[in-house]
Design a protein around this ligand. Structure first.
Ligand SMILES: NC(=O)c1ccc[n+]([C@@H]2O[C@H](COP(=O)([O-])OP(=O)(O)OC[C@H]3O[C@@H](n4cnc5c(N)ncnc54)[C@H](OP(=O)(O)O)[C@@H]3O)[C@@H](O)[C@H]2O)c1
Length: 330
């Protein structure tokens, strides 16, 4: 086998325009099926995307024709679908956030381990050009010791009845589980694990079930500090990593098909980094497909996805209790 056969679970514009495109662009993957709860939508979407197979559930998938599933559904559906897929012997790329709770993440990891299948969490910003370059520069010591990191992950989301607004924060709604989890993944992959969180979650402009304003203060295991602003009522996606010998700044660290920007400021000079444009879902699918073909562990593993969810759970705990919360697994 030199190509992994993927089924797309979910038929949103994001699934069909971007994840299907990532699968098409990857050299070692092909889209063979679409799964929708509605049989007509499954068939029509499969036809439109050039996939020969259409199903209405994970259980209906013929696993001699499909190797894995890309789960692109509301956050609450991630765990049940990923567990069902692993039990059918199917590999999984599940969208971020991995699941609303750490307990669900544990169940997903256990199911994949028992089945011997690959489990990856679609933390596509691992391949975001400014993030990948920042990770390299920080690990090479280009800015010395990291002192603090500030990141924004926000967009305006007026009330439309979407599940990301109507599901309470505890159940996977709101900006922290939506864009914030990308930012947390970036911070943990560049600066290291976060150990403590103090957070405020508030309704400010939009009054749906999930809070639309969140600010989280982090202490990393290294002793560095961090701040995440993640909101559903304004646009702001800057990143700054401050080190003892310099700083990195980006005004566009997050995108789908983009190069972004990154500046290294050091010794009174500003060095703009050369970054090539990519579709972030292409290397994501290619990497996970490589892991399926070679038996390797994805860099965007279930454990990594779970650590990001654990930070959000600590933020919720802190906001509800008014105290600093430790990041805990289990
Ligand atoms: N990495 C990124 O850049 C990125 C960007 C956007 C979204 N995402 C992630 O992708 C996931 C899906 O987001 P989306 O914006 O595509 O959501 P969406 O527009 O609400 O679409 C959800 C899809 O899931 C399917 N689905 C299965 N069970 C469902 C249920 N109980 N209720 C509603 N829909 C259900 C639906 O397809 P059928 O009705 O055909 O079954 C629907 O097309 C989320 O986890 C989100 O965080 C990631």
């Amino acid at each position: 086998m030199d190509r992994v056969s993927w089924a797309l679970v979910g038929t949103s514009a994001f699934a069909t325009d971007w994840i299907a495109r990532g699968i098409r662009l990857a050299r070692n993957a092909e889209l063979v099926a679409v799964v929708s709860r509605d049989p007509n939508r499954a068939r029509q979407t499969a036809e439109r995307l050039g996939a020969p197979l259409a199903y209405t559930s994970i259980e209906a998938i013929e696993n001699d024709r499909v190797d894995g599933v890309a789960i692109v559904t509301p956050n609450k559906q991630h765990a049940p679908l990923a567990v069902a897929a692993a039990r059918r012997g199917l590999h999984v790329i599940v969208e971020k956030p991995m699941a609303p709770t750490v307990e669900e993440c544990v169940a997903m990891i256990r199911a994949a381990r028992e089945a011997g299948t690959v489990l990856a969490v679609a933390h596509c910003t691992h391949w975001s050009p400014p993030v990948a370059r920042a990770r390299e520069l920080v690990s090479e010591g280009a800015i010395g010791e990291v002192i603090e990191a500030r990141i924004g992950a926000s967009f305006d989301s007026p009330p439309r009845g979407y599940w990301r607004q109507t599901d309470p924060t505890e159940e996977g709604g709101g900006p922290l589980f939506d864009m914030g989890v990308h930012a947390i993944d970036v911070l943990q992959s560049v600066v290291g694990p976060i150990s403590e969180v103090a957070a405020f979650l508030d309704h400010r402009v939009h009054h749906y079930a999930a809070e639309d304003s969140t600010t989280s203060l982090f202490r990393f295991e290294s002793g560095a500090h961090g701040v995440l602003e993640s909101n559903f009522n304004c646009g702001q996606n800057d990143l700054e990593i401050v080190g003892s010998e310099g700083r990195l700044q980006s005004s566009a660290w997050l995108g789908r098909e983009f190069s972004g920007d990154l500046r290294l400021l050091r010794d009174g000079e500003e060095e703009r980094q050369e970054l090539g444009a990519i579709v972030v879902y292409e290397p994501q699918v290619e990497h996970v497909s490589d892991c399926v073909l070679s038996g390797g562990e994805p860099v965007i593993s279930g454990e990594r996805g779970m650590l990001n969810v654990a930070v959000i759970r600590a933020a919720i705990e802190s906001a509800r209790s008014g105290r600093v919360a430790s990041v805990r697994i289990g």
